[in-house]
Design a protein around this ligand. Sequence first.
Ligand code: NAD
Length: 352
Amino acid sequence: MRDFVYDQLASRVVFGAGAFDKLAAEVDRLGLSKLLVLSTPGQVKLAEEAARRLGARAGGLYPHAKMHVPIETAQAARAEARRLGADGAVAIGGGSTIGLGKAIALESGLPIVAIPTTYAGSEMTPIYGLTEGGAKKTGRDAKVLPRTVIYDPLLTLGLPAKISGPSGMNAIAHCVEALYAENANPVLSLMAEEGIRTLARSLPRIAADLGDLDARGDALYGAWLAGISLGAVGMALHHKLCHTLGGSFNLPHAETHTIVLPHAAAYNSEAAPEAMRRIAHALGGKEAATGLYDLAAAIGAPLALKEIGFQKQDLDQAAEIATRNPYYNPRPVSRDGIRRLLDDAFHGRRPG
Ligand code: NAD
């Protein structure tokens, strides 16, 4: 066994169907009395429901979260928290809303209670992102890690098929890269493998029946494991490519992850044989890259970058941006290799 370092990130997790009912008790446990409730405009009803459960502890609502946390949105939410004299925030929604909570915490240190309703995993990480002048900057800061996370699968029953599948594949991507991370460790690898197994089993059941509460619970549990994986170890080629495609070409986050993942796994397959063996095992015995592709196909998720608005003439530029700065990857990153990978992802070819 190789030497390792394992950082345990400290947050409290309350998991279960109906866990949303424990919001007020969890806020009391943190000693908070005036919370700003955050959501996207589309989830304002849920934010109002959170405020109702908070009762007198609800200081106000800010239902204006946007994808990739534009700096203007972050500044307006920070100003609202200051105006109210809030001593904490509740972020209820997907990665965009939780990202807005992190932007508030980054500046003020206010504690965040996160109630995730997608499988993106941001709630378990100290990673924040802010978009300014068209460029998204990410960083790590322990302040932004939510103090308490409430996972309630009942809140995910309304997540439509077109978000559920890609969001679940986004979570699987965190687990895949955790297994071959430069600072991988045996404890985290157990969680990452279990995350893939749980999501690979539950996502097809969700695609068949969006209201399958048992499958929704399994997927949310897998998403939690995936979020821990993302927060605890460094990511590699796959996340770098998706960051490039999302940031520079404005592609949707979870769909981009879904499409690129099988090709990133194929690229790394010979350089990370033990990780691939574990991924394959978690997928039920299929070879890792084709198994990931087949899973995405089985749940009706997009398979080709050309389906989500990427233009063929941008392939060279994407390969150039993604290979401009060196970063860790099990297999050395070459411009030609990445150009071929992106071409496969553009056309949606099945690996192998
Ligand atoms: P999202 O938060 O943008 O949500 C997508 C849409 O789905 C939104 O309109 C939202 O209101 C809606 N939605 C969410 N839950 C729903 C539900 N249960 N029912 C109905 N509609 C629902 O998407 P996401 O994929 O969760 O998050 C993506 C963002 O999170 C990206 O900006 C990404 O960079 C970031 N992210 C950050 C981290 C991190 O560690 N910092 C990790 C993962 C993702």
